[in-house]
Design a protein around this ligand. Sequence first.
Ligand SMILES: [Zn+2]
Length: 347
Amino acid sequence: MSAEAAAVEEFRQVVDALAKVDGWNGPDHGIKPSFGSLKKSFQRGDKREAKAPGYNPRCAYIGCNVQGKKLVSSNSHVIAKSASIMPLADPRTAPHLKVLQPDYRDLTNPALRPVDVGQASTFIGYCRPHEDSFQTFEREKELKTTEHYMLQLMRSAAREVWKKEVYINSLEEIGQTYKGAVDGLRISSEEKDHWRKRIQSPVDDLQTEAAIQWGRLHSIHTDLYAALHSNTLPRWVIKTEYESNLKVALSGSTFLDELPAVEGAPAAPMFVMAVIPNGNKTLMLLASSSDDSLWVQSYGMAHLANPDALTQAWMGATDHWFTSPEWWNDHAPEALRRDVLDRLARP
Ligand SMILES: [Zn+2]
């Protein structure tokens, strides 16, 4: 069991035990203590979650301190809109162009839901001048230089770092909500302290785990930024272009699996990935931190022979992907649709 799953299990046990205490009503937030519902709670609305009390995101460009309302909140695209999202939409539905994205609102009824291309793949990312630094491939409608690839990976990494901050912040909120509900119990103040500590412990564990992951993603982001203006791709970035059978655009992060059991192998290194429709081809990008170069290369060698299978695996590993309504409804292989929807129901 992963550290995260163990902490969620402990949290569930605490809440089950609390349910037997006189006076417990439970928090009225629809937050149920399962890994699925925790994941759902931070995935159901990026922008809403980011506005949680106490969270004041700053521009994702490293070294920029612009915060809050000055950020470009509605059109900072992780995946380039004109180059890669727009081609997935059905042109017959103009001017209301939509793509599909996974819907986490009801895990008992897994589905994809339509989203406007203008809203697809946006995050609270950058201040205006830094947002403009990404306009080069938005204008050119194609990613074709080393700098474009690095910029795409930087945006993908920036969102993963931001997302992890939102998650850590929403864990704080969940912990406070449950601890607040303890106040109404008809028990002594010592017993109330006992329950507050029991709630805090798994929340602390989840935050610790999330902070470790944040650190790894932050290293990748920092390394990408440092290498942005070199003319060749660094060893820890992998780029491939191919003719895909899947109409999917994706950006996210996950763990390197299948690490060889050798001395010096890092514990679960992470990488950032992007699958980007690009002209007639599909672009696949992977980046680890510079320290994990060896591992991302061995991962690439093991899996890049079948990029469509890799994309399908990543559709289960990240929440941030988009597909063509026409392709998904009429042409996507039934086995793929079933696999994706099954995994959506079991986050
Ligand atoms: Zn900025």
